[in-house]
Write a protein that binds this ligand. Structure first.
Ligand SMILES: Cc1ncc(COP(=O)(O)O)c(C=O)c1O
Length: 446
């Protein structure tokens, strides 16, 4: 098999070589090289997301197979709205999405790719609101901010449930709120964006014995950890019950090695497809098979995103004990190793132990305000040394037991945060810790 890019493009084009030749119109083709050169220079103004020293936000490069497949699909530029716009890529989307559903234990489902987690959650909450009209959506105070926003867009009532000292939805608070009535849907976040906390889905599901509500799992960030063998007991217990949820969101563009523009919404009950029912006077003509636009709110969607995901899952199947799950396990180990080093260092304090691959810590100082200022200085000093961390504001109550003498002169404390989502991070923990240590020394002396 030929492997150069050029040969692979030829392999694609063979499928269309029976067509009469034509001259493609490419305006200003002769000036492209200089514009692309300028583009490359403009892109220097970025953090080095691909490098292990970028240990800040939830960012990592797509797998080369995803990039190659995406690029190849660009020759066709399919639109997965309808089979009329992307026959092969729609079939690939259905297969890739079925594999995601199977990862959570569903052998039947309804689902499709979206532009990202926000749109996927919007669809899930929209479906819930159709099934439970007029009812309230609940999510934890650590759930992604877009749940409240989406609820506003959809005109739905939304309330926050407080979290416990581990950043997980407080089940007794949830129970008390359910008892007051009017709740249609509870959003359980499996991997909160800030802390990486895993809501106790098992205990939330138990409440369905007493109360009638839908469960939506927002696993946009954490979903793939279902495959990891090194979760703590509580997180494992939650992930083991995901199949009992009514809907799930997972973002292949976070831990799934995809370029941005790839979220996914899944419903346990395929019958919810009826809620999407509409007609399109322009499309849905080439086949009586399901057009993905018939079951999604967005119209045009990139077929290339589906092709890239399909190719990635072909190379790295979503199975326990495989290469893909090994990558997640490495990220998790990296988080455990870094948190152990930080916890052993008297200059730092961790509000919670990492449940997935996010580590959050605060520098010790006389008060919450002083610690926040110091965190900002450490963040800046680390960046000057090419270590890129993130910052995250959390309520001071998270430190109540671990840091009882903290002077609580503010409601929140700005912490340092690191998402160790590249498998390479594991081999770089000593270096990351060294840079954090140096940055802290510099920031404390300033
Ligand atoms: C748990 C969770 N839900 C939803 C989202 C929103 O996803 P997106 O940024 O793809 O719209 C995020 C993003 O970080 C997230 O972590």
């Amino acid at each position: 098999m030929k492997t150069t890019d050029y040969d692979l493009v030829q392999l694609l084009e063979v499928g269309f070589e029976h067509l009469p030749p034509y001259d493609p119109v490419v305006p200003c083709a002769d000036q492209m090289a200089s514009v692309i050169a300028e583009t490359a220079l403009r892109l220097h103004d970025n953090f080095p997301y691909f490098h292990p020293l970028y240990a800040g936000q939830m960012l990592k490069p797509p797998h080369p197979v995803a990039r190659a497949a995406y690029d190849l699909a660009m020759r066709i530029n399919p639109n997965n709205h309808a089979l009329d716009g992307g026959r092969a890529s729609s079939a690939m989307e259905k297969e890739a999405v079925a594999q995601l559903a199977a990862m959570f234990g569903w052998d039947s489902h309804l689902g499709h790719l979206t532009s990202g987690g926000t749109m996927a959650n919007l669809e899930a909450l929209w479906v819930s609101s159709r099934l439970r009209p007029g009812s309230t959506i609940l999510a934890s105070s650590e759930a992604h901010y877009t749940h409240e926003r989406i609820s506003g867009v959809l005109g739905l009532r939304f309330e926050k449930v407080p979290v416990d000292s581990c950043g997980r939805m407080d089940v007794s608070e949830l129970q008390a709120r359910l008892a007051r009535g009017g709740v249609g849907t509870v959003v359980a976040t499996l991997g909160t964006t800030g802390l990486g906390a895993v809501d106790p889905l098992d205990r939330i599901l138990e409440l369905r014995r007493e109360f009638d509500f839908r469960v939506h799992v927002d696993a946009a960030y954490g979903g793939y950890f279902a495959l990891a063998s090194n979760l703590g007991t509580d997180a494992r217990r939650a992930f083991d019950r995901v199949a009992e949820a009514d809907s799930i969101v997972i973002d292949p563009h976070k831990h799934g090695l995809q370029p941005y523009g790839c979220g996914c919404v899944l419903f346990r009950e395929p019958g919810v497809g009826a809620i999407y029912k509409h007609d399109s006077p322009y499309t849905y003509f080439s086949s009586n098979d399901l057009h993905l636009g018939e079951i999604s709110l967005e119209c045009s969607r990139p077929g290339a995103a589906a092709v890239a995901l399909w190719a990635t899952q072909r190379l790295l199947p979503l199975v326990k004990g495989g290469e893909f799950s090994a990558g997640l396990e490495q990220s998790r180990r990296a988080a455990l190793e870094l948190s152990a080093k930080l916890a052993a260092d008297p200059r730092f304090i961790l509000p919670i132990q990492p449940e997935l691959d996010i580590v959050v810590w605060a520098p010790r100082a006389g008060s919450a305000v002083a610690a926040s200022k110091l965190a900002q200085r450490i963040f800046d000093a680390a960046a000057r040394a090419d270590l890129h961390l993130a910052l995250f504001k959390i309520p001071v109550k998270f430190f109540s037991s671990a840091w009882p003498d903290l002077v609580q002169d503010a409601d929140t404390l700005l912490c340092l945060r690191s998402v160790l989502m590249k498998p390479e991070h594991l081999a770089w923990i000593d270096r990351l810790y060294l840079e954090i240590s140096n940055a802290t020394r510099e920031a404390t002396a300033a």
